[in-house]
Write a protein that binds this ligand. Structure first.
Ligand code: ATP
Length: 395
């Protein structure tokens, strides 16, 4: 038998505290509106953000959610209406005191989607430009241009002009130009989105190792979730000018805090369910037993990633253990892919995308199928779109 102890809990020798990392970038209550015709449209709604030294924060979100506007406020190309920005302890924006430091007086460099190199300067002069304009003579004479061009594997292009370069080479050079002066903050606005798929992946890897080697502090804008997860030391998912979730990339991917984040990170298959007190879930006239634990009646949204769903022929009994099967499905279309064949399936008018490994059976259009769902690979959200934890025995 155990008895409750009334003794004071054992004391643990205090670890010597490591100094709290200081914020390199501190943004508070940042707001920004634009005038469109006669109306004012608010694009940033009181952004609060801290970025520590060496972090590469990725801003992820759909078109129009305010990612670029936030970057432009950080570099000084937009003047915020309200709030404050401190870079390395120096206030560069403070709406209350009407402080606004011009872009060339902030220690910030930016890489643009369209490279923005000076066409009349060769590569070496493009890269040297920020060193000259900031009067960084030591870096100039110390071989910084050659060094940084070598790092981005463009040293052999030093005397070429931008129009003579491929898109990938131009973007490497613009990265070298941005990094040349060791800026306190590097901003990257969809730098890879003009490149073809293979080059994107190659440059993504190169960017990651550059970040590892140089340890720069950066903010990287993209609407590509793979890019965000591959590059970010932290990921911030934006929605209509606010942060919906900020966190470790793995955490944001595994446990999206809201249905919006889950949907944006690939959980695009959706089932609305009504659950009774015993944990029995009704899905369009079908019943799922044992999926929910008892004692949490209500209406929930279940979200699934394509690769977490399974198919089997109608009336079949095969399939992985632990799955529940929704009957009455029909394969609508199949999109063959390299590793996965995407099956578009309809069950009672609800559309699902099911990614079946290419090594497994591929179902022809019009085949009657059942859809396998597994609580261990299901995300559950309440009526407000908030993540529900501990909703199933199976997870
Ligand atoms: N100068 C401007 N004048 C008026 N509206 C603007 C201006 N700049 C941006 N906007 C509007 O602000 C909103 C946010 O734009 P922003 O470029 O920040 O979005 P985004 O998330 O970067 O989108 P994308 O991924 O398409 O670049 C959009 O609705 C856009 O039309």
């Amino acid at each position: 038998m155990t008895t409750k102890s009334t003794a004071a809990p054992p004391t643990v020798a205090a670890e010597p505290e490591s100094p709290a990392p200081t914020a390199k970038v501190q943004v508070s209550k940042l707001t920004k509106s634009f005038r469109r015709r006669k109306e004012s449209v608010q694009v940033l709604h009181g952004i609060d953000l801290e970025i520590v030294d060496g972090e590469l924060l990725v801003l992820l979100g759909p078109s129009g959610c305010g990612k670029t506007t936030l970057l432009r406020c950080l570099v000084g190309l937009e003047r915020p209406d309200g709030g404050r920005v401190d870079l390395a302890g120096r206030t560069v924006v403070d709406a209350d005191t009407r402080t606004f430091v011009q872009p060339n007086r902030r220690d910030v460099a930016m890489v643009f989607q369209n490279y923005a190199l000076w066409p009349h300067m060769d590569v070496a002069r493009n890269v040297a430009y920020p060193l000259k304009s900031r009067g960084l003579k030591n870096l100039l004479s110390g071989g910084r241009v050659e060094e940084i061009l070598k790092l981005v594997q463009c040293d052999h292009l030093a005397d070429r002009y931008p129009p003579e370069l491929s898109g990938g080479q131009q973007q490497r050079v613009s990265l070298a130009r941005a990094l040349a002066s060791n800026p306190g903050l590097l901003l990257l606005d969809e730098p890879l989105s003009n490149l073809d798929a293979l080059l994107r992946i190659e440059l993504r890897a190169q960017l990651r190792s550059l970040h590892r080697q140089l340890g720069f502090t950066g903010v990287y804008v993209t609407h590509d979730q793979e890019e965000a997860l591959a590059l970010g030391t932290r990921v911030a998912v934006m929605r209509e000018g606010r942060f919906e979730q900020i966190g470790d990339p793995e955490e944001v991917y595994r446990r999206p805090a809201t249905a919006y984040v889950a949907d944006f990170l690939g959980a695009r298959n959706r089932l609305e369910v009504k659950v009774d007190d015993l944990g029995t879930a009704e899905v369009d006239g079908q019943t799922l037993r044992g999926f929910f634990r008892p004692g949490m009646p209500g209406t929930y949204t279940l979200l699934f990633r394509d690769q977490d769903l399974e198919l089997r022929g109608a009336g079949g009994n095969e399939g992985a253990a632990g799955r529940s099967w929704l009957t009455g499905g029909t394969v609508h279309e199949v999109l063959p892919g390299g590793n996965h064949n995407e099956h578009v399936v309809r069950v009672n008018g609800i559309r699902f995308w099911v990614g079946i490994p290419a090594s497994k059976e591929r179902y022809a259009p019009e085949t009657d199928v059942e859809l396998g769902i597994d609580p261990r690979h299901t995300l559950c959200y309440d009526a407000d779109g908030k993540l529900v934890e501990g909703w199933t025995h199976g997870a």
